[in-house]
Design a protein around this ligand. Structure first.
Ligand SMILES: Cc1cc2nc3c(=O)[nH]c(=O)nc-3n(C[C@H](O)[C@H](O)[C@H](O)COP(=O)(O)OP(=O)(O)OC[C@H]3O[C@@H](n4cnc5c(N)ncnc54)[C@H](O)[C@@H]3O)c2cc1C
Length: 373
């Protein structure tokens, strides 16, 4: 008979680690329940490479049924509709309500600024589980004939958009070798990847330029319909496929939890990753926000939170002091450029080489091996 219930809401970079640890070292008298909207979790680091045809789609997926079974846990495929905080019960759209003792929220983020009304050519990057299928469905509809032009727009000027643009180009050139492929990256900012040092930005721009990928700055896409986009509310331009890959915004489920949020709607936590009003609730990865030590929404930080979360869940269950998460100030970035190379960026160092792709693939595969049962 289980005395307590730990619930993982969303199985992403941080919460998946709890399943891994639980399989090796389950907490006595305690059951673990996972909630996901999909039976798989997608590893974003390998999504661009999958687009480029470097990996099979299965290689970037984590089978949650298997991962959960290995840990002796339970998987509920449903979406949370509300929480009764007096009873500590989660309610779902299509599953029985669930009482919990400890809750860890790790539902990630969604691309910011998605237009409310969207046309057939819009393909948001999330949910990532369905992105390759949705993209292929759109490309089937707009498949160019020999000599015809295919116009692709990528909205968002961050590192993910750069990788998607470069890797997608490889895919499109392979599938439509006799067509003209035009890829444009649109950003509302003054510059792409503007969080990086100037030397890195210049290197990224040179690579894009060499590959014929256009960058348009100060251009906010305000509308997407069936045949194209509207920029800055006035400038209508045709497009066949619009990939929405903007920065991180809070997913709607976070507001349904009725917990304290920051100005962007992410759950506010202490450095121990606990909600500021409920120490038995954690918020991790993109979903959480620590005002004392802000850091970018990136998988690297979500992964680094994993051991802290595992330690703190056990500390709450068994007693003992909690650990604080201390984010690193910078991290190594490896951008897949879709041509068998990757661009390594660290502080002001930039290297674009095959060995960087090998290193990136080794790191990604090593990480995923922990979760692919
Ligand atoms: C194309 C792309 C490439 C990227 N590459 C990198 C990179 O190389 N390095 C890096 O550091 N960062 C990268 N990022 C950012 C990185 O993906 C995120 O920062 C990271 O995934 C955050 O981890 P997480 O666990 O918070 O969320 P996620 O990994 O997104 O996991 C959240 C999970 O919760 C699920 N979920 C969502 N809503 C619900 C719900 N209502 N109920 C239940 N489950 C739900 C989701 O389906 C998902 O499986 C990339 C992002 C993109 C879009």
């Amino acid at each position: 008979m289980f005395v307590r219930t730990v619930v993982l809401l969303g199985v992403g970079h941080t919460n998946a680690h709890i399943l891994k640890e639980w399989a090796r070292n389950p907490v006595p008298d305690c059951r673990l329940v996972c909630i996901s909207r999909f039976p798989t979790a997608t590893y974003s680091g390998m999504l661009p490479g999958t687009l480029a045809g470097q990996f099979s789609p299965d290689e970037m997926q984590i089978d949650l049924q298997k991962l959960v079974a290995r840990a002796g846990a339970t998987l509920i495929l449903a979406d949370v509709t509300s929480v009764d905080w007096n009873q500590r019960v989660l309610h779902f759209d299509n599953a029985e309500s669930l009482k919990f003792d400890i809750l860890s929220v790790g539902v990630g983020s969604r691309p910011a600024g998605l237009p409310e009304e969207n046309g057939a050519c819009l393909v948001p990057i999330k949910p990532m589980q369905t992105f390759p299928r949705r993209l292929d469905e759109r490309l089937d509809v707009v498949a160019p004939k020999s000599g015809q032009l295919l116009k692709v727009v990528i909205v968002g000027g961050g590192v993910a958009s750069i990788e998607i643009a470069l890797c997608l180009q490889s895919k499109l050139r392979f599938h439509f070798p006799y067509s003209n492929i035009r890829i444009r990256i649109l950003t509302s900012a003054d510059e792409i990847v503007d969080e990086l040092p100037g030397s890195s930005i210049r290197r990224v721009r040179l690579i894009l330029q060499a590959r014929g990928i256009e960058v348009v700055t100060q251009s906010r896409v305000t509308e997407v319909d069936d045949s194209g986009i509207v920029i800055n509310g006035v400038d209508r331009q045709s497009a066949d496929c619009v990939i929405w890959s903007t920065g991180a915004a809070a997913p709607p489920v976070l507001s349904r939890l009725a917990l304290p949020v920051d100005s962007h709607g992410f759950l506010v936590t202490t450095p121990t990753l606990q909600s500021t009003i409920d120490p038995l609730v954690f918020a991790v990865g993109d979903s959480g926000s620590i005002p004392e030590t802000p850091f970018p929404k990136a998988g690297v930080y979500a992964v680094r939170q994993s051991p802290v979360l595992w330690h703190n869940i056990k500390a709450l269950l068994n007693g003992g002091p909690l650990l604080e998460f201390k984010p690193q100030s910078d991290f190594l970035k490896l951008l897949n450029t879709g041509d068998g190379r990757a661009l390594l960026l660290y502080k002001s160092l930039t290297v674009h080489a095959r060995w960087c792709w090998t290193l990136k693939t080794w790191i990604d595969r090593k990480f995923l091996r922990h979760f692919q049962v």
